[in-house]
Design a protein around this ligand. Structure first.
Ligand code: AMP
Ligand code: GLY
Length: 417
């Protein structure tokens, strides 16, 4: 099978790595990719949000399957363009991707499907904003309705800051604060059948101890030794299946990866958000533990043929990933710095630890930083403590001037298990 992956972050590197290990995959392409993905896939330049360009590239490569990684192309309708060209595509239609593209739409779907989530109001005027803020009280949660690359949500005790964010966004969802640990649970679906993956936890704040600004994600681990073993079944029954059923009922079936961001509150599981694609960096740890070859599962999801797929098969070990970010990230980062130590990790830490590239590019013999999140150093081990040790040993070999990373990824979970 010939597979084309769209995107160029660490999530796409993890996807390409898993696909490259699948014996059914005879050719692997990625567009636009990055310097690390070039080791496992042939790279092609493309404007990832241009559906016609992606479909043309897939046609030229005679791809049997296109996998769309990031949200922006999905929300732009790239999966529709690929399918219209007669090529199976893993990724929801523009209509179904609104589950991520519009927080208000996601709330409407959850209400219709009776999915547990924070109570909320959609507000467009200053009067509505004030009323909603008063109704819920502090801490205030204000969310930009549209895609905002992880920067659309403000959680604050300060009503002025909440108000300011709301007015700057225009259309917002203001909602009840959910207290409790967060879990990311992904499911592969063809629009009808839903196959859950293993849960993971993401670290969204920039600094140790969950301090500092929100980021795209600074690290992740899986499994969650502290979670209720019935969590996946419960979320399947109360969240994932009803949401997939509701979108099908509306005539806009969701086929692709449904990402449920959950809070485990004192009153039960609540949805914080949906995404319409694999999470980054959670995918790095989830796929590290997946035994089932990935390509045919994604192809069957794309073709509407998941019903006969057996449950996914998981390794019993643990995985941890630590993100190395550029100087200043999540503020506009400094880029263009050379990255050292990659070969040392390949020689000394493989196969248990390896580096997945996010924002990198090659210039001659050098690999340079090219984005805010630069690398996602991933390791597996018998338990979280061993995976953590291996990941941080590899992180210690990487040299990137001005870079920063968290030192406490999976620390609490490792000490509790
Ligand atoms: P989102 O972009 O919706 O994932 O939100 C980013 C982060 O804001 C989440 O990971 C949570 O940590 C936090 N957050 C979002 N909604 C809520 C909520 N209702 N209560 C508490 N925290 C929230
Ligand atoms: N890790 C959060 C996300 O992918 O949105």
């Amino acid at each position: 099978m010939k597979v084309l992956v769209i995107g160029g972050g660490a999530r796409e590197h993890a996807l390409c790595r898993a696909l490259s290990l699948d014996p059914d995959v005879s050719a692997l392409h990625c567009a636009p990719g990055n310097a690390g993905i070039a080791d496992v896939a042939e790279l092609h330049p493309v404007d990832a949000v241009d559906g016609a360009a992606v479909a043309a590239l897939a046609g030229r490569l005679e791809a049997d399957l296109v996998v769309v990684g990031p949200e922006a192309p999905l929300v732009a309708g790239v999966a529709d363009a690929v399918r219209a060209a007669g090529i199976p595509c893993f990724g929801p239609s523009r209509e179904a991707a609104r589950l991520e593209g519009s927080k208000a739409f996601a709330k409407e779907v959850m209400a219709a499907a009776n999915v547990p989530t924070a109570r909320s109001y959609v507000c467009t005027t200053p009067e509505e904003v004030d009323e909603a803020l008063d109704a819920f009280g502090a801490p205030y949660v204000v969310k930009d309705d549209g895609l905002a690359a992880g920067k659309g949500v403000v959680v604050t005790a300060d009503p002025e800051q909440a108000r300011e964010h709301a007015l700057a966004c225009g259309r917002v969802v203001i909602e009840e604060y959910l207290d409790g640990p967060e879990v990311s649970l992904f499911a592969i679906t063809d629009g009808e059948t839903v196959l859950p993956l293993q849960p993971a936890q993401d670290f969204k704040r920039a600094l140790d101890g969950d301090e500092g600004p929100n980021t795209g994600g600074m690290g992740a681990y899986s499994p969650l030794p502290w979670a209720d073993p019935k969590l996946v079944d419960e979320v399947m029954e109360t969240v994932l299946q009803p949401t997939v059923d509701e979108l099908r009922r509306r005539g806009t079936p969701f086929a692709g990866l449904l990402y449920a961001g959950l809070a485990i509150t004192g009153r039960g599981v609540r949805v914080i958000e949906f995404n319409a694609r694999f999470g980054d960096p959670e995918t790095q740890v989830v796929l590290a533990r997946l035994r089932t070859p990935l390509a045919s599962v994604l192809l069957n999801a794309a073709r509407g043929a998941l019903a006969d797929e057996p449950p996914l098969n998981w390794r019993g070990d643990s995985a941890v990933t630590v993100v190395i970010a550029s100087r200043h990230y999540p503020a506009p980062p400094r880029t263009g710095d050379p990255i050292g130590g990659l070969d040392e990790v390949a020689v000394r830490d493989a196969p248990h630890a390896y580096v997945l590239h996010a924002g990198t590019r090659r210039e001659g013999d050098a690999i340079l930083s090219a984005g805010g999140r630069v690398l996602s150093v991933t390791a597996t081990g018998e338990d979280l403590a061993e995976a953590r040790e291996r990941a941080y040993a590899a992180v210690g070999r990487i040299r990137l001037d001005g870079s920063h990373h968290r030192t406490d990824i999976a620390a609490r979970a490792a000490s509790r298990s």
